[in-house]
Write a protein that binds this ligand. Structure first.
Ligand code: ADP
Ligand code: MG
Length: 255
């Protein structure tokens, strides 16, 4: 393998402790442009916490985060978002009283360095409405643009989160269980979107996902978290056949 010298985003000896519990324990991992890394591990393994550290929602107890070689460990969430660290929105980040369209519009504006400023919703910035429609179309939500976010189905809310991430046009994409709670017929649109991002944008994509068929379709590499540590990292087939990984997934005690 000839990896480029500089990772899009990387963690070095990254740890976070909550009281006596070490949720992410000395993790070093590099993620490269054009590669999709599936991050797996049992519930409570530290996957979401790892994303929160990369995106700045949590500050590490120790360790560093680099973005294209630059140390961003002390950057705020909004500063990281501005330079292109893209963490999919979660339901709690959506604006429930605004329409689906207006939520995406806010994300488009945020990318234009305007921040999530509701006062600007009434300002007709050139191209913003068209871009919001473009991203809604991508997740097949254009026909629901006028609906309140609250009235969307769970699957549609997840699609909206993805549309808002796309609208930010990040350089690194992080998806934390994007298909969780979706009905079977809603899953392909998300899988196809992630596939399209991978093929056309050439970006680094980090994907926490449990469905093995999705991982087989998308992953170039698999990283396994267990008790806050990376216990396996490499080619998908090799990683999934490792005894330590089998142990974790079969629920057997680790030696
Ligand atoms: N803000 C927090 N305060 C205290 N403990 C936390 C916090 N966030 C996560 N944890 C704990 O850290 C561990 C890892 O959680 P999490 O990253 O959500 O796991 P995963 O996403 O792999 O299921 C869990 O034991 C969880 O209870
Ligand atoms: Mg999680």
């Amino acid at each position: 393998m000839s990896e480029p010298a500089t990772a899009a985003i990387s963690a070095t000896d990254l740890s976070i402790r909550f009281g006596g519990h070490v949720a992410v324990n000395n993790v070093s991992c590099q993620f490269y442009d054009g590669k999709l890394t599936a991050i797996l591990g049992p519930n409570g393994a530290g996957k979401t916490t790892f994303f929160n550290l990369l995106s700045g929602q949590l500050a590490p107890t120790s360790g560093q985060i680099h973005f294209y070689g630059k140390d961003i460990t002390r950057y705020s969430v909004s500063h990281r978002a501005k330079i292109g660290v893209g963490r999919a929105f979660q339901l709690t980040n959506l604006f429930p009283k605004l329409s689906t369209f207006e939520n995406v519009r806010l994300a488009v504006q945020a990318r234009g360095n305007l921040g999530f400023d509701m006062a600007r919703l009434s300002v007709d910035l050139p191209g913003v409405n068209e871009q919001a429609e473009f991203y809604l179309e991508k997740v097949a939500l254009l026909s629901k643009g006028d609906l309140d976010v609250r009235s969307l189905s769970h699957g549609d809310q997840r699609k909206l989160e993805v549309a808002m991430l796309l609208a930010l046009e990040p350089k690194v994409f992080m998806f934390d269980e994007p298909t969780a709670g979706m009905t079977i017929d809603e899953v392909p649109i998300i899988v196809e979107l992630i596939q399209a991002i991978k093929q056309t944008e050439g970006r680094a994509i980090l994907l926490v996902e449990h469905k093995m068929d999705i991982i087989k379709t998308l992953a170039d590499r698999i990283v396994i978290f267990h008790n806050g540590e990376v216990i396996a990292d490499g080619d998908p087939n090799e990683v999934m056949s490792m005894p330590i990984v089998q142990d974790v997934y079969l629920g057997r005690a680790l030696a």
